[in-house]
Design a protein around this ligand. Sequence first.
Ligand SMILES: *Cc1c(COP(=O)(O)O)cnc(C)c1O
Length: 316
Amino acid sequence: MLVVKNDAYGHGLSTIATAAADAGIRSFATSDLATGLATRAVVPADTRVLAWPTGERSLLADAIAAEIEIGVGDFELLALLIDRHATRRTRVHLEVDTGLSRGGFRPDQWNSLASTVSAAVTSGAIELAGVWSHIAEASDDDDDDARSRYDEAVHALTTAGLTPGIRHLAASAASWARPEFRYDAVRIGAFAYGIRPAGGPDSATLGIRPIARLLAPVVAVDDAAVTVAVGSRDGLFSSLAGAVDVATSAGLRPLREVGAEVSRVGSWPGARVGDTVEIFGPAVEPTALAEAVGTIGEEVVTRIAPWVPRTTALSP
Ligand SMILES: *Cc1c(COP(=O)(O)O)cnc(C)c1O
């Protein structure tokens, strides 16, 4: 499943969903119903779209009508979906809490979950399309514990006579490094966008590369520096000033200042208005910028303001 939450990690949802569908991806996942519906609007009809709504319920009827599969981690939402079956049978992915405590049915709820879901499946109110959990992917030991709990949850459901549907546990890191975490599907976000973990293995080792470039036009040139039209209002961390290099046609140059509207980059011979500077991309990865200011690559890409145009280009 390609994860497209947060406007496809800041890359532009419709651009990404369209390109991914063109490349043959038929399974998408997101954390909110609005993104699920926006994805549904641009992908082919035979595509599966999963959304796990946390709190937000107003778009539920629309999402069900659009055949969005729903991630469910609490009895309140489960009851809502069961009650709705007169209009349409919802495909449900049960979320189980395997230790992260960020959502999902807790172990002490699994038996009553199994009986509630069995009754609802038997009566035709819902379809059990999947069982999933989210893990930290910070330590192998913790992930192993989470995986055992996940297996116990699946066991509780199958013991009650249920077929779990698609079992999915891993996000990018565990799905890459640990085959035993792959089950029937994996939910890939960061790595699909070529964003490696901060402080982790490099991109070549992982076999990924950033798919986005943030390009800024040169709008002024003086002896000391060139001025480029991107700044903190566009989502660039001002703390990047003095901390990183950016890519120019003459190679890497220091990012000297980040203003609200414009930034200043070390000059090079022949620099001209109209040249382009790459703030991040394959040459200077989002995660490299993130590491310089103590955050993660996802933060760098998702902060880029919505008015910065997202365009596609054939990659070299
Ligand atoms: C964000 C998210 C993912 C994707 O994680 P990456 O590390 O970006 O691949 C998968 N599953 C859930 C539940 C998420 O919230």
